[in-house]
Design a protein around this ligand. Structure first.
Ligand code: ATP
Length: 350
């Protein structure tokens, strides 16, 4: 099922929560809505589910306008952050509920419940009550309950937020596996950028009720369109720059540190002032003298799998560098030469 949002707008009282949101989610996609708390992700998801009406705009499933269709007619499965299982029903009864409402006959119902529980690796636990399950298991049951109705659209609202770090990773893999197997169009809301980057086919980054950028995780992380998106997705070093030349292969920039090459961007012309960004993990040590920027190490922070360095350039700018398993261990006060590959430098308007 394809999902299309056209100019969706929603306010609560006088507070605008969604501003003219338009996007298309392709059939079978695992699509993320990502953004800081309060940016409107859940409101958008609730409009897709049918729990909320937009003030303006339309929602389409394939070519059918469903903006005002009640939730139970939409064939949508939903998983919430807090599992929302009925405590007095067994696992199997919880999963069977949606089939009972749809009047599926009992043999078929049992077969589909067993199939859904197998799918989430909970076969054999159908007789348990929710309070006899771990948080991760409860969320698997919630997933089975959403899948058993064979929904056209699966909506996941912060499904991993209540789980500890290890279970989050485990269930993340499960969701990817199940989505690959079923290819149900899935919309996943989270404020956790790692979850989105590691799972999404594509994602929309929302900011104050608007769509700031849509793309694959790689596009959005490596080529953010503005500072807000860049910083929401991870650490960034910024440097003021002026465009010297804008070719199709690379941008030449001048900065207080000297010339800097960046990834090309079509809409820039020489003389424009911009911000150039690069991520700490893009900073590379260079051993050839005078081939990079000379920096002194202000401090280093051991991170287990990597070392984070705070560097000061000759002109006084401070950058972060993240080096996985460094073989050299420069110390505070040491001078190092660093460089960043042009494809790792992105440019946004200042
Ligand atoms: P979070 O990650 O914190 O859940 P979110 O991006 O999902 O945030 P929403 O839940 O969509 O954001 O909320 C967006 C804004 O709308 C918030 O300021 C919230 O307080 C407000 N809001 C949401 N639902 C209602 C409501 N029913 N009545 C009034 N205000 C609401």
């Amino acid at each position: 099922m394809k999902i299309t949002a056209r100019n969706l707008t929603k306010s609560f009282g006088t507070t605008p929560v969604l501003r003219d949101v338009s996007l298309e989610i392709q059939p079978g996609e695992l699509f993320f809505l990502l953004g800081p708390s309060g940016c409107g992700k859940t409101t958008l998801l609730r409009i897709v589910a049918g729990f909320q009406l937009p003030d303006h705009g339309d929602l389409l499933f394939d070519d059918r306008v469903v903006t005002e269709m009640p939730p139970h007619q939409r064939n949508v499965g939903m998983v919430f952050q807090n599992y929302a299982l009925w405590p007095h029903l067994t696992v199997a009864q919880n999963v069977a509920y949606g089939l009972e409402v749809r009047k599926v006959e009992s043999t078929e119902r049992r077969r589909r419940v067993a199939e859904a529980l197998e799918m989430v690796r909970m076969g054999g636990l159908g007789d348990r009550l929710p309070n006899q399950l771990s948080g991760g298991q409860q969320q698997r049951v919630a997933l089975a309950r959403a899948l058993v109705i064979r929904p056209g659209v699966l909506l996941l609202d912060e499904p991993l937020s209540n789980l500890d770090a290890r279970l989050r990773l485990e269930l993340r893999d499960e969701i990817r596996r199940i989505q690959n197997a079923t290819r149900i169009t899935t919309v996943y809301v989270t404020h956790d950028q790692r979850e989105a980057l590691s799972l999404a086919d594509r994602m929309a980054v929302l900011d104050r009720g608007g769509v700031a950028q849509i793309g694959t995780p790689r596009e959005v992380y490596c080529r953010p369109l503005n500072r807000g998106v860049a910083e929401f997705l991870g650490d960034v070093n910024w440097i003021d720059a002026v465009v010297e030349s804008a070719g199709s292969e690379a941008l030449m920039l001048s900065t207080a540190e000297g010339p800097l090459q960046a990834a090309p961007r079509g809409d820039l012309v020489p003389g424009m002032t911009v911000s150039a960004g690069f991520r700490p993990e893009s900073v590379q040590w260079v051993s050839t003298p005078n081939s990079g920027w000379t920096c002194s190490i202000l401090r280093s922070l051991y991170q287990g799998d990597s070392e984070e360095y705070h560097l000061q350039t000759r002109s006084g700018a401070i950058f972060k560098a993240l080096v996985p398993n460094p073989s050299l261990h420069p110390r505070s006060g040491d001078a190092v030469q660093v460089s960043v590959r042009s494809q790792d430098v992105f440019v946004v308007n200042r």
